[in-house]
Design a protein around this ligand. Structure first.
Ligand code: DOR
Ligand code: ZN
Length: 347
């Protein structure tokens, strides 16, 4: 097995950058290795209109260090009041690459999300017509449904009906965490894709709960049983072009994670590529890392792959990553995979 691989510079198809001091601190962590990222719109207040997305894009570019090329791919947050024409204009101008659907109450800052799907049907119809992708947070919020079942139930109750009602709609199931998610993608056509996070390839629900509660492993959708983690690893390394990297790297300060009601989110931007190289090597699939991290995503979104490259080199001594990012709002803990990382990223 070779100790170095050079791949097309990767992109992150699901990223939380926040705003203000947090944005400034976390953006270099992504831009250091990634050329582009789909930027989640769940700010407070959310990025709902094209004008808000344009202003947010400008704030991201202002926060970017000069020597780091990076392109934010903007999204709009779908609400029951979203105007199909505003969405179409934002797409036509090149400003946005996707619209994000959060079921109301599903996760961090999702209160303005969708309750009644009939009310967003005109937007979905318009998106199918113009070929604009819908990124979906796939969990039901019904309090009767167990949190570990919420993804599987969402597929049956919401996602499948929405897709049937909207032929041709391009959908990305974001951060799938179950074999049900994998199976649903595999059973459908090229209009359906899915992102997989780094952390869901590493942790199962035991990592969160056994031996004391680990708030930095808590995210949504919550990590599931080991059999689901193994299904995700098999899927990510399978070479299937509909599956690609979306880290869902989601910074929260330690104060907001380590509390009685801690926030959901794992911060993986810093060490994602080293972790992925480790996983793909373990699965004897290093030759498929480029597809997952750098090629399948742009192909799904109809964008060219990046020209630039990065090289990953495996060394005897573990790569040292900082365990915390210092931000103006307080420290943010970097995801700890629980094992030493030997793959270093250059370029
Ligand atoms: O763990 C998560 N954190 N899941 C999400 O869906 C949202 C994200 C956040 O914004 O913190
Ligand atoms: Zn997310």
């Amino acid at each position: 097995m070779s100790n170095a691989i050079t791949i097309t510079r990767p992109d992150d198809w699901h990223l939380h950058l926040r705003d203000g001091a947090m944005l400034k601190a976390v953006l270099p962590e992504t831009a250091r290795h990634f050329a582009r990222a789909i930027i989640m719109p769940n700010l407070v207040p959310p990025v709902v209109t094209a004008a808000q997305a344009a202003a947010y894009r400008d704030r991201i570019m202002d926060a970017l260090p000069q020597d780091m090329p990076f392109e934010p791919l903007m999204t709009l947050y779908l609400t029951e009041d979203t105007d199909p024409d505003d969405v179409a204009a934002a797409h036509a101008s090149g400003l946005i690459k996707a619209v994000k659907l959060y079921p109301a109450g599903a996760t961090t800052n999702s209160a303005s999300g969708v309750r009644d799907f009939a009310r967003v049907q005109p937007v979905l119809d318009k998106m199918a017509e113009i070929g604009l992708t819908l990124c979906v947070h796939g969990e039901v919020t019904d309090p009767e449904v167990d949190i570990f079942d919420r993804e599987a139930v969402f597929i049956d109750r919401v996602l499948d009906p929405v897709r049937r009602a909207t032929p041709g709609l391009r959908v990305v199931m974001e951060h799938i965490t179950t074999s049900n998610g994998v199976d649903y993608v595999k059973a459908n056509d090229e209009n359906l894709g899915a992102t997989i996070t780094t952390h869901h390839l590493i942790i199962n629900r035991n990592h969160i709960l056994v031996g004391g509660i680990k708030p930095h492993y808590y995210c949504l959708p919550v990590a599931k049983r080991e059999e689901h983690r193994l299904a995700l690893r098999a899927a990510a390394t399978s070479g299937d072009k509909r599956l690609f990297l979306g880290t869902d790297s989601a910074p929260h300060t330690d104060a907001n994670k380590e509390m009685a009601c801690g926030c959901a989110g794992c911060f993986t931007a810093t060490n994602t590529m080293s972790i992925l190289a480790h996983v793909f090597e373990e699965e004897s699939a290093l030759d498929r890392l480029e597809g997952f991290a750098s090629l399948n995503g742009p192909a799904f979104y109809g964008l060219p792959a990046n020209d630039a490259k990065i090289t990953l080199t495996k060394g005897d001594t573990p790569v040292e990553y900082t365990d915390k990012i210092i931000t103006g709002e307080g420290p943010v803990t970097v995801f700890d995979p629980g094992f030493p990382l030997h793959w270093r990223v250059d370029g």
